[in-house]
Design a protein around this ligand. Sequence first.
Ligand code: SF4
Length: 659
Amino acid sequence: RYRALSQPGRIGSLTLPHRVLMGSMHMGLEGQPDKLGQLCDFYRERAEGMAALIITGGAAVTQAGGADHMYVLTEDADVEALASLPQAVHEVNGKIALQLFHSGRYAFADEIGMQPVAPSPIASRLTREVPREMTDEDIADTILAFAQGARRAMDVGYDAVEIMGSEGYLLNQFLSPLTNHREDEYGGSFERRMRMSLDVVQAIRRAVGAQYPIIFRMSGLDCMPGSTTPEETIAFAKALQEAGVDALNIGIGWHEARVPTVQQIVPRGGFATIAGTIRGHVSIPVIGANRLNVPEVADALVADGYLDFIAPARPWLADSQLARKVVEGDRAGLNVCIACNQSCLDHTLVRPHLPVSCLVNPRAGQEASWPVVEAPAKRRVAVVGAGPAGLQAAVTAAQRGHDVVLFEREAEIGGQFRMAARIPGKDEFYETIRYFREMLERLSVTVKMQTEPTPDELSMFDHVVIAQGVVPRVPEIRGTDLPHVVTYAQVLNGEVQVGRQIAIIGAGGIGCDVATFLAEGSHAPADVQAFFALQSLPTPPAMPREITVLARSDRYGHGIGRSTRWVVKQEMNRLGIRVVTNVDFREITPEGVRITSPDGDVFVKADQVILCAGQEAHETLAEALKGKVAVHVVGGARDSRGINAARAIREAFEVAYQI
Ligand code: SF4
């Protein structure tokens, strides 16, 4: 049981049954009449999952503060649509707050149909567009729009509002000296830079009355050199409390910052000390979020006084029953968000945006299309392969009530996830394997390890799902048969001893991951370093590997989502990994790799060459089963081109659901 998280709490006049809120997320379903039902179902299911309070994705207070597919609170039709969300949530006794949003200089002109506005005309790294400096009239209108938006939210049934004042959006832009160069009463000194936020809070308080709960999402740390200082941040928190805010939700990092804040590389609960410091200076509740994906970490942070509430967002995509499982102490049954961003954040960063879903929970955002109901008839289902796709197929088919047997030729389940988990900063993938293992057991799936079924055995089933995955592709380069040439799978599975001077052929996600894995591995492990430090001995010297990544194209890291690619590249740079792009491979010799690059003919010395040149489908049994049984081939086994875990899992889910 998680005692601290399970305690009731209060935000202003709102009594909440426990400490697990759901943080704001843009779902990519907003502002579209035909998707409203889907959005209601999404929130309703999280309310049924016992979210103490759901905070919606942002609703723009004016058209200028919006984005593609966002509700705008000045539009009657949008407010009418927004009224459906509290109705859906209240039907199942949940509570919901509307987030009041203004993007300022983070708006794209083509999405809002006008030049974006901001405190000062300074382009952002995000949009590269120069906004228009807000006039006195713009400022007054925007304050009024926040107040009217809050009032409308209250009138259509929301239980609270949250003002978005972090992540580098408009109010955060007013606060920071980086983006506020005004010389009027809204710029200059820190007091004047705070004024916009405080005016907004006071105007909202006047519009909604003394009792209505107002949460302010403030930036605890901008992660932008030269921005608001820690002392100013604390002074701002106190001023917000005085202005009438009921709780502070602490955001971390601007969207244009170059510090990882939500990726796997960020330690769990890593930013909670920032919220904890603020909490020490105010008497209203403090809410935290970043990388709070598992209850044991969050519970300790609440128990130790860093936070009053947690408001994770992505973990609610991964598991719609998050709070229920926390309160019931069902950690084993929790489908943990692994911070991969592949089906959530990365979908919002592409243009046009894609609807948000979740790699480990393909139902997320499509709850109505895939209700959890038993299949009309019970079938005997065989699943071949216990990688991510096979595991998903087995679990989904079993959840639908079928008799499922899962075959795996290796001694362990997990497939590509097991390999990925060995990469530094990617050990969250073990959580997904753990979850699947638990589900197989709870759903009584028969698991046959180290077993390769024959076509005759499989033809006894009603349905066979082939999820045998992929094998590394061996490119057509002379010398790939030499003994020092190995595949990424052999390296990650620990099947070969790794060299000191390494050439990696292929610079997609796997090539970059393998390079990072080997570079990190050339330092003494953390526990050895800690031991040396304890004994006051000098840290053992690193035995650095010389690693060169060779890319055929002019870029590297393709295949990694936009939210994470820059973090991986930054890490490769820090680790001194050399990357050569625009490479033509001549041949591999016992001493290295002969290439032609833009610098001419080059010889890259290497005592080991690792092939990370994509994958091809594993040979499957599908052909042999044709005509004997209903066969479904999914994931990389069906099509290895551009395969990723999100697609493999989703395909497996859809196929198994339809049996
Ligand atoms: Fe978490 Fe990845 Fe799912 Fe996003 S896609 S919610 S990061 S597990």
